[in-house]
Ligand binder design. Structure first.
Ligand code: ZN
Length: 388
Protein backbone atom coordinates (compact mmCIF):
# COMPACT_ATOMS: atom_id res chain seq x y z
CA UNK A 1 0.00 0.00 0.00
CA UNK A 2 1.38 3.37 -0.99
CA UNK A 3 3.10 5.31 1.74
CA UNK A 4 0.63 4.29 4.41
CA UNK A 5 0.30 1.46 6.86
CA UNK A 6 2.00 -1.60 5.41
CA UNK A 7 -0.02 -3.93 7.60
CA UNK A 8 -3.26 -3.18 5.75
CA UNK A 9 -3.52 -4.68 2.28
CA UNK A 10 -4.87 -2.55 -0.55
CA UNK A 11 -6.23 -4.07 -3.75
CA UNK A 12 -7.34 -1.76 -6.58
CA UNK A 13 -9.78 -2.81 -9.30
CA UNK A 14 -11.63 -0.95 -12.08
CA UNK A 15 -15.44 -0.80 -12.14
CA UNK A 16 -17.50 -1.30 -15.31
CA UNK A 17 -17.57 2.44 -16.09
CA UNK A 18 -13.86 2.97 -15.49
CA UNK A 19 -14.00 4.25 -11.92
CA UNK A 20 -11.41 2.95 -9.43
CA UNK A 21 -12.39 0.85 -6.41
CA UNK A 22 -9.98 -0.08 -3.63
CA UNK A 23 -10.42 -2.87 -1.10
CA UNK A 24 -8.63 -2.26 2.20
CA UNK A 25 -7.94 -5.21 4.50
CA UNK A 26 -7.68 -8.92 3.96
CA UNK A 27 -10.89 -9.35 1.95
CA UNK A 28 -11.57 -10.24 -0.76
CA UNK A 29 -8.88 -12.92 -1.11
CA UNK A 30 -9.05 -13.02 -4.92
CA UNK A 31 -10.61 -9.87 -6.43
CA UNK A 32 -10.28 -11.31 -9.95
CA UNK A 33 -13.03 -13.74 -8.92
CA UNK A 34 -15.40 -10.80 -8.48
CA UNK A 35 -15.47 -8.73 -11.68
CA UNK A 36 -18.01 -5.91 -11.99
CA UNK A 37 -20.72 -7.58 -14.12
CA UNK A 38 -22.94 -4.49 -14.50
CA UNK A 39 -23.54 -2.62 -17.73
CA UNK A 40 -22.76 0.98 -16.74
CA UNK A 41 -22.58 3.99 -18.99
CA UNK A 42 -19.64 6.27 -18.28
CA UNK A 43 -20.87 9.44 -16.61
CA UNK A 44 -19.07 12.71 -17.04
CA UNK A 45 -19.29 15.13 -14.15
CA UNK A 46 -20.04 18.67 -15.26
CA UNK A 47 -19.22 20.59 -12.11
CA UNK A 48 -18.35 24.24 -12.17
CA UNK A 49 -17.01 26.44 -9.40
CA UNK A 50 -18.42 29.96 -9.40
CA UNK A 51 -16.79 32.74 -7.42
CA UNK A 52 -18.98 34.61 -4.93
CA UNK A 53 -17.38 38.03 -5.10
CA UNK A 54 -19.17 39.34 -2.00
CA UNK A 55 -18.10 36.55 0.35
CA UNK A 56 -14.87 35.65 -1.43
CA UNK A 57 -15.77 31.97 -1.70
CA UNK A 58 -16.10 29.36 -4.42
CA UNK A 59 -19.51 27.69 -4.80
CA UNK A 60 -19.77 24.33 -6.58
CA UNK A 61 -22.57 23.99 -9.14
CA UNK A 62 -23.15 20.29 -9.88
CA UNK A 63 -26.39 19.88 -11.82
CA UNK A 64 -25.78 16.22 -12.72
CA UNK A 65 -26.25 15.18 -9.08
CA UNK A 66 -30.03 15.68 -9.14
CA UNK A 67 -30.36 12.15 -10.56
CA UNK A 68 -28.36 10.37 -7.86
CA UNK A 69 -29.61 7.38 -5.87
CA UNK A 70 -31.86 8.48 -3.01
CA UNK A 71 -32.82 6.19 -0.11
CA UNK A 72 -33.05 2.92 -2.11
CA UNK A 73 -35.09 0.01 -0.75
CA UNK A 74 -33.26 -2.49 1.45
CA UNK A 75 -31.84 -5.14 -0.87
CA UNK A 76 -31.07 -2.45 -3.46
CA UNK A 77 -28.34 -0.78 -1.42
CA UNK A 78 -25.39 0.06 -3.71
CA UNK A 79 -22.93 -0.09 -0.80
CA UNK A 80 -23.68 -3.67 0.34
CA UNK A 81 -21.47 -6.45 -1.06
CA UNK A 82 -22.75 -7.96 -4.31
CA UNK A 83 -24.82 -11.13 -4.22
CA UNK A 84 -26.15 -13.30 -7.07
CA UNK A 85 -29.45 -11.34 -6.81
CA UNK A 86 -28.01 -7.87 -6.48
CA UNK A 87 -25.03 -6.37 -8.28
CA UNK A 88 -23.86 -3.36 -6.28
CA UNK A 89 -21.02 -0.86 -6.45
CA UNK A 90 -18.85 -3.43 -4.65
CA UNK A 91 -18.40 -6.54 -6.85
CA UNK A 92 -17.03 -8.75 -4.04
CA UNK A 93 -19.27 -10.96 -1.88
CA UNK A 94 -17.67 -9.54 1.27
CA UNK A 95 -15.23 -6.81 2.23
CA UNK A 96 -13.71 -5.02 5.22
CA UNK A 97 -13.38 -1.42 4.03
CA UNK A 98 -13.91 -0.20 0.47
CA UNK A 99 -13.20 3.14 -1.18
CA UNK A 100 -14.44 4.02 -4.65
CA UNK A 101 -14.98 7.05 -6.85
CA UNK A 102 -18.46 8.50 -6.42
CA UNK A 103 -20.63 7.86 -9.50
CA UNK A 104 -22.39 11.19 -8.83
CA UNK A 105 -19.54 13.45 -7.68
CA UNK A 106 -19.77 17.09 -6.61
CA UNK A 107 -16.30 17.64 -7.99
CA UNK A 108 -15.21 16.64 -11.47
CA UNK A 109 -15.01 18.63 -14.66
CA UNK A 110 -15.23 17.88 -18.34
CA UNK A 111 -11.85 17.52 -19.92
CA UNK A 112 -10.10 16.18 -16.82
CA UNK A 113 -10.37 12.52 -15.94
CA UNK A 114 -10.68 11.19 -12.42
CA UNK A 115 -6.91 10.73 -12.10
CA UNK A 116 -6.31 14.35 -12.95
CA UNK A 117 -5.09 13.57 -16.46
CA UNK A 118 -5.91 16.01 -19.21
CA UNK A 119 -8.29 14.95 -21.92
CA UNK A 120 -7.92 16.19 -25.51
CA UNK A 121 -9.92 19.40 -25.11
CA UNK A 122 -7.33 20.89 -22.81
CA UNK A 123 -9.35 21.90 -19.74
CA UNK A 124 -6.25 21.11 -17.70
CA UNK A 125 -4.62 24.33 -18.89
CA UNK A 126 -7.59 26.34 -17.66
CA UNK A 127 -7.39 24.56 -14.31
CA UNK A 128 -3.66 25.10 -13.95
CA UNK A 129 -4.14 28.82 -14.50
CA UNK A 130 -6.25 29.12 -11.37
CA UNK A 131 -5.09 26.21 -9.20
CA UNK A 132 -2.35 28.10 -7.42
CA UNK A 133 -4.68 30.58 -5.79
CA UNK A 134 -7.94 30.49 -3.90
CA UNK A 135 -9.45 33.46 -5.68
CA UNK A 136 -9.70 34.29 -9.39
CA UNK A 137 -8.53 37.89 -8.96
CA UNK A 138 -4.84 37.00 -8.54
CA UNK A 139 -4.83 35.25 -11.91
CA UNK A 140 -6.11 38.18 -13.89
CA UNK A 141 -9.62 36.74 -14.03
CA UNK A 142 -11.30 39.45 -12.02
CA UNK A 143 -14.62 39.95 -13.74
CA UNK A 144 -17.61 39.97 -11.43
CA UNK A 145 -18.86 36.71 -12.93
CA UNK A 146 -15.85 34.39 -12.61
CA UNK A 147 -15.91 30.63 -12.83
CA UNK A 148 -13.64 27.65 -13.38
CA UNK A 149 -14.05 23.90 -13.89
CA UNK A 150 -14.62 22.29 -10.47
CA UNK A 151 -12.04 19.59 -11.02
CA UNK A 152 -11.16 17.34 -8.13
CA UNK A 153 -12.37 13.99 -6.94
CA UNK A 154 -15.10 12.63 -4.66
CA UNK A 155 -14.75 9.18 -3.13
CA UNK A 156 -17.04 7.04 -1.00
CA UNK A 157 -15.66 5.07 1.97
CA UNK A 158 -17.71 2.05 3.08
CA UNK A 159 -16.86 1.42 6.74
CA UNK A 160 -18.46 -2.03 6.99
CA UNK A 161 -20.16 -4.64 4.77
CA UNK A 162 -23.07 -4.74 7.25
CA UNK A 163 -25.97 -2.54 6.13
CA UNK A 164 -27.43 -1.86 9.56
CA UNK A 165 -24.13 -1.18 11.34
CA UNK A 166 -22.65 2.22 12.16
CA UNK A 167 -19.10 3.44 12.70
CA UNK A 168 -19.68 3.17 16.45
CA UNK A 169 -20.27 -0.60 16.01
CA UNK A 170 -16.79 -1.18 14.57
CA UNK A 171 -14.04 -2.86 16.58
CA UNK A 172 -10.84 -0.84 17.11
CA UNK A 173 -9.16 -3.08 14.51
CA UNK A 174 -11.88 -2.34 11.94
CA UNK A 175 -11.63 1.37 12.71
CA UNK A 176 -7.86 1.08 12.17
CA UNK A 177 -8.54 -0.26 8.67
CA UNK A 178 -10.71 2.81 8.00
CA UNK A 179 -7.87 5.00 9.33
CA UNK A 180 -5.43 3.24 6.96
CA UNK A 181 -7.80 3.99 4.06
CA UNK A 182 -8.08 7.68 5.10
CA UNK A 183 -4.27 7.95 5.24
CA UNK A 184 -3.76 6.23 1.90
CA UNK A 185 -6.37 8.32 0.10
CA UNK A 186 -5.22 11.60 1.69
CA UNK A 187 -1.65 11.00 0.53
CA UNK A 188 -2.56 9.84 -2.96
CA UNK A 189 -5.14 12.54 -3.65
CA UNK A 190 -2.79 15.25 -2.34
CA UNK A 191 -0.31 14.23 -5.03
CA UNK A 192 -2.79 14.74 -7.86
CA UNK A 193 -2.26 17.89 -9.92
CA UNK A 194 -4.60 20.72 -9.04
CA UNK A 195 -5.69 19.31 -5.66
CA UNK A 196 -5.38 21.90 -2.87
CA UNK A 197 -7.11 20.19 0.06
CA UNK A 198 -8.23 16.67 1.02
CA UNK A 199 -11.22 16.35 3.34
CA UNK A 200 -12.37 13.05 4.93
CA UNK A 201 -15.80 13.22 6.58
CA UNK A 202 -18.92 11.36 7.59
CA UNK A 203 -22.53 12.53 7.52
CA UNK A 204 -24.61 10.21 9.68
CA UNK A 205 -28.39 10.07 9.99
CA UNK A 206 -31.47 10.97 7.95
CA UNK A 207 -31.63 14.27 9.84
CA UNK A 208 -28.31 15.31 8.26
CA UNK A 209 -29.66 14.55 4.80
CA UNK A 210 -27.83 11.27 4.22
CA UNK A 211 -29.13 9.64 1.03
CA UNK A 212 -27.81 6.13 1.80
CA UNK A 213 -28.12 4.60 5.27
CA UNK A 214 -25.31 2.04 4.80
CA UNK A 215 -22.41 3.11 7.08
CA UNK A 216 -20.14 5.20 4.90
CA UNK A 217 -18.17 8.40 4.72
CA UNK A 218 -16.76 10.51 1.93
CA UNK A 219 -13.51 12.06 0.80
CA UNK A 220 -13.36 15.28 -1.23
CA UNK A 221 -10.21 16.41 -3.02
CA UNK A 222 -10.88 20.10 -3.64
CA UNK A 223 -9.23 22.22 -6.34
CA UNK A 224 -9.10 25.13 -3.87
CA UNK A 225 -8.67 25.72 -0.14
CA UNK A 226 -12.13 25.62 1.47
CA UNK A 227 -13.51 28.73 3.24
CA UNK A 228 -13.22 27.27 6.76
CA UNK A 229 -9.66 26.11 6.26
CA UNK A 230 -8.71 29.39 4.59
CA UNK A 231 -9.98 31.33 7.63
CA UNK A 232 -8.11 29.05 10.03
CA UNK A 233 -4.88 29.47 8.03
CA UNK A 234 -5.26 33.26 8.17
CA UNK A 235 -6.05 33.20 11.90
CA UNK A 236 -2.92 31.11 12.53
CA UNK A 237 -0.75 33.45 10.45
CA UNK A 238 -2.12 36.51 12.20
CA UNK A 239 -1.62 34.93 15.64
CA UNK A 240 1.93 33.94 14.68
CA UNK A 241 2.69 37.54 13.65
CA UNK A 242 1.27 38.94 16.89
CA UNK A 243 2.70 36.45 19.36
CA UNK A 244 5.31 34.35 17.60
CA UNK A 245 3.36 31.29 18.72
CA UNK A 246 1.15 28.61 17.19
CA UNK A 247 -2.57 29.17 17.69
CA UNK A 248 -3.55 25.49 17.75
CA UNK A 249 -0.88 24.74 20.38
CA UNK A 250 -2.16 27.59 22.55
CA UNK A 251 -5.81 26.54 22.20
CA UNK A 252 -4.97 23.01 23.33
CA UNK A 253 -2.82 24.34 26.20
CA UNK A 254 -5.63 26.67 27.30
CA UNK A 255 -8.17 23.82 27.28
CA UNK A 256 -5.83 21.61 29.35
CA UNK A 257 -5.26 24.43 31.85
CA UNK A 258 -8.97 25.20 32.21
CA UNK A 259 -10.05 21.52 31.99
CA UNK A 260 -13.80 22.24 32.34
CA UNK A 261 -14.54 21.38 28.71
CA UNK A 262 -12.33 18.29 28.41
CA UNK A 263 -14.31 15.14 27.67
CA UNK A 264 -11.59 12.50 27.21
CA UNK A 265 -7.81 12.38 27.41
CA UNK A 266 -5.38 9.74 26.19
CA UNK A 267 -1.61 9.67 25.90
CA UNK A 268 -1.78 10.99 22.33
CA UNK A 269 -5.13 12.82 22.03
CA UNK A 270 -7.38 15.23 23.90
CA UNK A 271 -11.11 15.57 23.22
CA UNK A 272 -12.82 18.77 24.34
CA UNK A 273 -15.91 20.86 23.71
CA UNK A 274 -14.62 24.07 22.13
CA UNK A 275 -14.96 27.27 24.18
CA UNK A 276 -17.14 28.88 21.49
CA UNK A 277 -19.02 25.74 20.41
CA UNK A 278 -21.55 26.38 17.63
CA UNK A 279 -23.45 23.11 17.97
CA UNK A 280 -25.37 21.69 20.94
CA UNK A 281 -22.90 18.83 21.41
CA UNK A 282 -19.62 19.45 19.64
CA UNK A 283 -16.29 17.79 20.37
CA UNK A 284 -12.89 18.56 18.92
CA UNK A 285 -10.24 15.85 18.99
CA UNK A 286 -6.63 17.13 18.84
CA UNK A 287 -3.42 15.10 18.79
CA UNK A 288 -1.16 16.25 21.65
CA UNK A 289 1.77 16.49 19.22
CA UNK A 290 0.80 18.83 16.41
CA UNK A 291 0.98 17.32 12.90
CA UNK A 292 -0.40 18.72 9.62
CA UNK A 293 -2.06 15.60 8.26
CA UNK A 294 -3.32 12.10 8.93
CA UNK A 295 -0.26 10.67 7.20
CA UNK A 296 2.01 12.37 9.76
CA UNK A 297 0.42 10.60 12.76
CA UNK A 298 2.50 7.92 14.47
CA UNK A 299 1.20 4.34 14.60
CA UNK A 300 0.60 4.76 18.33
CA UNK A 301 -1.45 7.93 17.77
CA UNK A 302 -3.52 6.25 15.05
CA UNK A 303 -4.25 3.29 17.30
CA UNK A 304 -5.28 5.46 20.24
CA UNK A 305 -7.45 7.63 18.02
CA UNK A 306 -9.55 4.59 17.09
CA UNK A 307 -10.21 3.78 20.77
CA UNK A 308 -11.09 7.35 21.76
CA UNK A 309 -13.19 8.07 18.66
CA UNK A 310 -15.30 4.93 19.12
CA UNK A 311 -15.82 5.92 22.76
CA UNK A 312 -16.93 9.43 21.71
CA UNK A 313 -19.36 8.17 19.06
CA UNK A 314 -20.96 5.79 21.56
CA UNK A 315 -21.37 8.65 24.05
CA UNK A 316 -23.11 10.73 21.38
CA UNK A 317 -25.50 7.84 20.71
CA UNK A 318 -26.29 7.62 24.46
CA UNK A 319 -27.09 11.34 24.79
CA UNK A 320 -30.73 11.11 23.72
CA UNK A 321 -33.48 8.75 22.70
CA UNK A 322 -32.05 7.44 19.45
CA UNK A 323 -28.74 7.25 17.54
CA UNK A 324 -27.25 10.70 17.12
CA UNK A 325 -27.32 12.41 13.73
CA UNK A 326 -23.79 13.74 13.44
CA UNK A 327 -21.15 15.23 11.18
CA UNK A 328 -17.56 14.16 11.67
CA UNK A 329 -14.97 16.26 9.87
CA UNK A 330 -11.22 15.77 9.56
CA UNK A 331 -9.39 19.08 9.22
CA UNK A 332 -6.04 18.65 7.45
CA UNK A 333 -3.53 21.28 6.33
CA UNK A 334 -3.89 22.55 2.77
CA UNK A 335 -1.77 20.51 0.40
CA UNK A 336 0.35 23.26 -1.12
CA UNK A 337 0.24 26.44 0.97
CA UNK A 338 -0.42 27.63 4.49
CA UNK A 339 0.21 24.27 6.09
CA UNK A 340 3.12 25.22 8.34
CA UNK A 341 1.03 26.26 11.36
CA UNK A 342 -2.03 24.12 10.65
CA UNK A 343 -2.87 21.29 13.06
CA UNK A 344 -4.69 18.15 12.04
CA UNK A 345 -7.79 17.70 14.16
CA UNK A 346 -11.24 16.17 14.02
CA UNK A 347 -14.45 18.13 14.64
CA UNK A 348 -17.47 16.03 15.59
CA UNK A 349 -20.92 17.40 16.33
CA UNK A 350 -24.54 16.38 16.54
CA UNK A 351 -27.38 18.65 15.49
CA UNK A 352 -29.69 17.13 18.15
CA UNK A 353 -30.12 19.47 21.12
CA UNK A 354 -32.80 17.60 23.10
CA UNK A 355 -34.89 14.41 22.69
CA UNK A 356 -36.70 14.73 19.36
CA UNK A 357 -35.39 18.26 18.82
CA UNK A 358 -32.86 19.33 16.21
CA UNK A 359 -30.91 22.52 15.88
CA UNK A 360 -31.67 24.00 12.48
CA UNK A 361 -29.53 26.54 10.73
CA UNK A 362 -32.21 29.21 10.64
CA UNK A 363 -32.24 32.97 10.07
CA UNK A 364 -29.22 34.01 12.11
CA UNK A 365 -26.99 31.09 11.11
CA UNK A 366 -28.06 30.66 7.47
CA UNK A 367 -28.81 34.29 6.77
CA UNK A 368 -25.94 35.95 8.61
CA UNK A 369 -23.46 33.19 9.47
CA UNK A 370 -23.97 34.15 13.14
CA UNK A 371 -24.34 31.07 15.33
CA UNK A 372 -26.28 30.93 18.58
CA UNK A 373 -26.03 27.83 20.78
CA UNK A 374 -28.57 26.98 23.51
CA UNK A 375 -26.28 24.49 25.26
CA UNK A 376 -23.50 25.87 27.45
CA UNK A 377 -20.24 24.23 26.33
CA UNK A 378 -19.13 23.41 29.89
CA UNK A 379 -22.47 21.67 30.52
CA UNK A 380 -22.19 19.73 27.26
CA UNK A 381 -18.73 18.54 28.31
CA UNK A 382 -20.00 17.53 31.76
CA UNK A 383 -22.80 15.43 30.23
CA UNK A 384 -20.48 13.78 27.73
CA UNK A 385 -18.01 12.91 30.53
CA UNK A 386 -20.81 11.32 32.59
CA UNK A 387 -21.89 9.09 29.69
CA UNK A 388 -18.64 7.07 29.82
ZN1 ZN B 1 -26.08 -1.59 2.40
Amino acid sequence: MTGGDLRVRKTTITLADGRALMYFGALPERPADYPDRRQLATLHAQSQARWDQLLGEWVIIASHRQNRTFQPAVGQCPLCPSSPDSLTEIPAADYEVVVFENRFPNLGAPGIDSDGREQPNGARRQLAATAASSSPSSTGQDTVLASRPAAGRCEVVCFSPHHAASFADLSPDQAATVMAAWVDRSEELARQPGVEQVYCFENRGDEIGVTLSHPHGQIYAYPYVTPHTDRMVHSCASYRRRTGRNLFDDILAAEHKDSSRIVLQGSHWTAFVPYAARWPYEVHLYPRRRVPSLAALTDAARAEFCELYLDLLRRLDRLFDSPAPYISAWHQAPVRRGGDDFALHLELFTIRRAPGKLKYLAGSESGMGAFANDVVPEEAARRLRQLG
